[in-house]
Write a protein that binds this ligand. Structure first.
Ligand SMILES: N[C@@H](CCC(=O)N[C@@H](CS)C(=O)NCC(=O)O)C(=O)O
Length: 212
């Protein structure tokens, strides 16, 4: 059994979507970050960086924070949704691209462009431009491919599951997915998966999966 500590955010949904795709039993613990529950001492023992998501694997006792590490752990444990052989490291490369680029930069876009519009023209322009740049990179990567990593047209993997919840906030980012047709096709391909629909509503329903 996996204990999942999470909230209704892209980083949380990355892991709930993976757990739904794996079809393994897991127990959800909602950590309401709008009520500062991420700072509770019990949670800090599991996630010392006071951020969701985090997991505890009850079979092994392993505690993990950082969504990228959690996804790599679960994919390795269950030997699913990870690319094999020479395709493994390019998958990690794109997972790290999400962890170091797409996630943190789009997080800033949400902060300045959605929640604090008008407070800093410089920051809004900076993160809007970075958002466009990152979408352009992903759109190019998806040219001729169905999924981000893997040979040929690609294999659905944790690299896709890591990026997808961030793209699902395209409206917050003021991104027109019609300008990125490869991303739009990829987004819709993943959005229709039942496990993605289920994982999107963990720990609770907020909205339907956004549809461009
Ligand atoms: N690099 C971390 C980032 C986690 C993160 O930023 N989580 C956000 C929600 S998406 C959070 O817990 N925010 C709480 C806060 O800002 O205090 C990961 O990928 O797990």
């Amino acid at each position: 059994m996996i204990d999942l500590y999470t909230w209704t955010t892209p980083n949380g949904r990355k892991v709930s979507i993976l757990l739904e795709e794996l079809g393994v039993p897991y127990k959800v613990h909602a950590i309401d970050i709008t009520k500062d529950e991420q700072f509770a001492l019990d949670f800090l023992k599991i996630a010392p960086n006071n951020r969701i998501p985090a997991i505890v694997d009850q079979e092994t006792g392993l505690q993990l924070m950082e969504s990228g590490a959690i996804m790599m752990y679960l994919a390795d444990k269950y030997k699913k949704f990870q690319c094999e052989g020479p395709e493994y490291w390019p998958m990690v490369e794109w997972l790290m691209w999400q962890m170091g680029g797409l996630g943190p930069m789009l997080g800033q876009t949400h902060h300045f462009v959605k929640y604090n519009k008008g407070k800093s023209e410089y920051a809004e322009k900076r993160y809007a431009a970075e958002t466009q740049r990152l979408y352009t990179v992903l759109n190019m990567r998806l040219e001729g491919r169905d999924f981000i990593a893997g040979a040929g047209r690609g294999t659905y993997s944790i690299a896709d599951m890591a990026c997808w919840p961030w793209v699902s906030r395209f409206e917050w980012q003021e991104v027109d997915l019609d300008a990125f047709p490869n991303i739009k096709d990829w987004y819709l391909r993943i959005a229709e998966r039942p496990a993605v629909q289920a994982g999107y509503s963990v720990p609770k329903y907020t909205t339907d999966v956004p549809m461009p």
